[in-house]
Design a protein around this ligand. Sequence first.
Ligand code: G1P
Length: 297
Amino acid sequence: MNRKVSKAIFPVAGMGTRFLPATKSVPKEIMTLVDRPLIQYAIDEARAAGIEDFIFVTSRGKSALEDYFDLAPDLEASLEASGKTELLEILRNTNMDSGTIAYLRQHKALGLGHAVSCARKLIGDEPFAVILPDDVIAGEKPCLQQMVEAYQETGGAMVATMEVSPAQTSSYGVLDVADQSPRIVTARGMVEKPAAGTAPSNLAVIGRYILTPQVLANFDNIGRGAGGEIQLTDAIAEEIQSGRDVFGYRFEGERYDCGSKAGFLQATVAFALARDDLRDELDAFLTDLHVAKQAAQ
Ligand code: G1P
């Protein structure tokens, strides 16, 4: 099978209720880490991995997301006229070529698996990536690029994975491990949000996937799973049942769970501290906070 991965699905239909009231009018994916919307990090990661076609699975109330990816000719002209070349460059880097983005609506909130399966016709007969924008991964080499490179060797289906504490496994898809090398884990099973104490390992699935069209075909035979939703994990696990390879890829990099407020804040601080224009001021502020806290104890 062809191993070139040129399409990616971005499931962005979630209501983002954990961030209410902000998400009452702003899609979660537009919320900013420092000065870039969450979705921009996902797009940049996809581009670095060679993705050329971007498929957004959206829902009601997400039109701000489509607007974000539109051109801003007036703004560009005004920045150009005033000689603000750096800002102009930042703005232009977010531009997407016409015809490279598709928006699909998931009409019913039936779960992540259902959202991904909505893109079946657009995917056709080639391997594709899925990126969950809530999982922001900082690393020298972007996570999806690491996976695309590994996938050239392995084929099969591949999910990003990392160890989490046993107390956290029930929040994730979890791998049952047959075999592992430092980076590649061969899975013999996969379970979505296992009940406490029943997880087959502490290797959690993180929101980066490289999948084959067969995984989408598996949805024909899959009903509702954990939480009453149609689960992507179940369609991937079906590959293992059918004797096909599923691998976990232990990526290099720091992952932030930006679907939670604590994770979002941690990412904000970490990304700001990584920036030359913000580091010193923020660092001084954090040190002062820490000193004040210790003095109060
Ligand atoms: C989804 C997947 C889960 C995966 C997680 C990673 O869950 O269903 O398998 O481990 O993303 O972030 P969600 O966080 O959407 O509940």
